[in-house]
Design a protein around this ligand. Structure first.
Ligand SMILES: [Mn+2]
Length: 384
């Protein structure tokens, strides 16, 4: 076996309140290529994942095909696979929250914090799930019904409460149904204003919380009010505190808008407002696929990682979220494979980005020989 790179694995654990015992430190040297799941490949990033990323496999055309896995088991497995933080919908953290009081919701969230602590995991964000309830059939913040809009605000305030209990300061708004199924059913102008007003109320409710809008052009809605990261930056500027309103870019959502995810990421970075990403992949403009990161368009995936590396993403505590779904054909015992693969691909691409020859890039740019630059990138990706 030819080994061109070696990796140092250092394993140790320290119980809370105890000091590090050197006898418990295990140091191993092994070839990088032998490390499974990407767990031990060096990275400067922290990675996050949501409990929905390991799921039962139901889709719009068929029922569940895998057994449910308890939340606590998922968290332990996420840690084992190599993740650092968990992302939450409000009711991932507090199931059946609609039937609980505000105080009960806080108490339940505290118990979730204990599970995270026990497993050495952080919470990255909480996102109000405003697309499942009958009261959000016409959208939440932009519903034509005043009662529905009030319900959306109640869920948003409770999401902030839950975030506080989980020790995170980020709320993500995936505006799933904020738009129209029937184009004439809502005023888009009023819709955008209602979204901004709703965000203002959240900013007023908690003076420390940050709001991250996750744009998507369509699905489940036909015409979204906030389709791209450019929309997000515009909305941010119109709120009462733009410094606390930024974006979370999902690769598949950018592709569904016909845009390049690396450029969408770059747009957010240029404004200093890219505070989260959902890296995944997508085969063209069809239903939202949430494929494993990089499996569809490796060069596009490389460029997403490259711009994150070049712009020091993560230096303010931002995570790389991997929002990927297992294929429906996957069996129970291999239902985390898509996460392991995505993590491994992200780290391997980070390693490639670290080897990117900027001197050669400059030379190609000076000569304006972009064909040469393009071939260099292809060889970088195709050679080991
Ligand atoms: Mn998606």
């Amino acid at each position: 076996m030819k080994v061109d790179r070696w990796c140092l694995k250092i394993n140790f654990s320290v119980r809370r309140g105890h000091s590090l015992n050197l006898r418990s430190v295990v140091v191993e040297v092994c070839p990088l290529s032998l490390l499974g799941g990407g767990k031990y490949i060096m990275t400067k990033f922290k990675f996050s994942v949501g409990p929905w990323n390991v799921h039962e496999g139901a889709d719009a055309f068929g029922p569940e095909v895998r057994k449910s896995i308890a939340f606590e088991k998922k968290v332990a497995k996420f840690k084992e696979v190599g993740f650092d933080a968990v992302q939450f919908h409000d009711d991932d953290a507090v199931p059946d929250m609609n039937s609980l009081t505000d105080a009960q919701i806080r108490t339940k969230a505290k118990a979730v914090r204990k599970i995270l602590d026990k497993n050495g995991m952080a919470a990255e964000f909480v996102a109000p799930r405003l697309w499942m309830d009958p009261r959000t059939a016409d959208g939440g913040f932009t519903s034509n019904s005043k009662e529905d809009r009030e319900f959306a605000m109640w869920r948003s305030y409770r999401s902030i409460d839950i975030a506080n209990e989980l020790g995170c300061d980020k709320i993500v708004l995936w505006l799933a149904r904020e738009g129209t199924l029937c184009a004439e059913s809502k005023s888009a102008v009023e819709g955008i204003k209602r979204l901004i007003e709703s965000i203002d109320k959240m900013l007023e409710y908690d003076k420390k919380i940050k709001i991250l809008i996750e744009p998507k052009p369509n699905e489940p809605i036909d015409r979204s009010f906030c389709g791209t990261i450019g929309h997000v930056m515009g909305m941010s500027a119109a709120t009462v505190d733009p410094s606390r309103v930024g974006g979370l870019l999902e690769s598949a959502h950018a592709i569904l808008a016909g845009l390049d995810p690396a450029n969408e990421i770059s747009f957010g970075l240029a404004f200093g407002k890219l505070w989260g990403v959902h890296l995944n992949d997508q085969n063209g403009m069809k239903y939202d696929q949430d494929k494993a990161f990089g499996v569809e368009n490796l060069r596009q995936a490389f460029n997403q990682i490259r711009v994150l590396v070049e712009n020091n993403y993560g230096s303010k505590g931002e995570y790389i979220g991997l929002d990927v779904k297992a294929m429906r054909t996957q069996k129970d015992d291999v239902s985390y494979r898509h996460l392991e693969n995505s993590l491994k691909i992200a780290k391997m691409l980070e390693e490639k980005a670290g080897r990117f020859d900027y001197a050669y890039q400059r030379e190609c740019i000076e000569k304006r020989d972009y064909e040469a630059l393009e071939m260099y990138v292809m060889e970088l990706l195709m050679k080991g």
